[in-house]
Ligand binder design. Sequence first.
Ligand code: PGA
Length: 258
Amino acid sequence: MSTRRPIVGGNWKMNTNLASAVELVEDVVAQCQTCTAGCDVALFPPFPYLNPVGAKLGHHAILLGAQDLYHEPNGAFTGEVSAEMLIDLDVEIVLVGHSERRHVIGEDDFLLNRKLHTALAAGLTGVLCIGETMVQREAGQTQQVTVDQLRAGLEQIRVEQMRQVVIAYEPVWAIGTGRTATPEDAQAVHAQIRTTLAGLYDEATAAVTRIQYGGSVKPSNAAALYQQPDIDGFLVGGASLKADQFLDIVRSTVGATA
Ligand code: PGA
């Protein structure tokens, strides 16, 4: 079991509307009196609902998160959202390189590295998401792909900036499919990620960096995954749209009582 403070994020993706987003955050807050005592908890609503969701969070310890950002500070970038805009809305944490950004929208490692630099420079925590596709897994490339994405994403990120970085390992084939990596399979990749971090930085940095697992995490599989020594929490999609399920997952991590 992990010795690091766990972190669980709810990635709402392009779901909810204004009314249901507000209702969902109200439900989470109501059911999470003390759920942040032993676990960092973050919600990632769609951009248009950051402000109303943030307003409902108020001074609650739950972190307001964004699903993406753009790396330029401002200017003629139609449709994009800057780090400063996120800071303006009290966002504290941002996803970088979610598999849907990589594989549906087509973002590459170079762009994602620039986004991560921008997020960290602005004082945000960046969640760098990595993971292999099914084709890559079946070709025996899981390790190569995840290590390559990790190295590319962290290019020129300094050791002291790693305090602001969380890694999310999300095998693409497990996202939204109902298929989850076995705890042992996930652990093997998490351990490899930590070894890579030790090589890129040092043992101490690797030991404190949190690595989330994501991909069809549910209340029924979270506890077994969390038993693994290098799984430090979860990035949750579908199950985060139900407050009770999301909080059951939060509670499955050590020290979290709600
Ligand atoms: P899922 O999504 O839990 O619906 O599989 C996870 C994610 O994409 O972060």
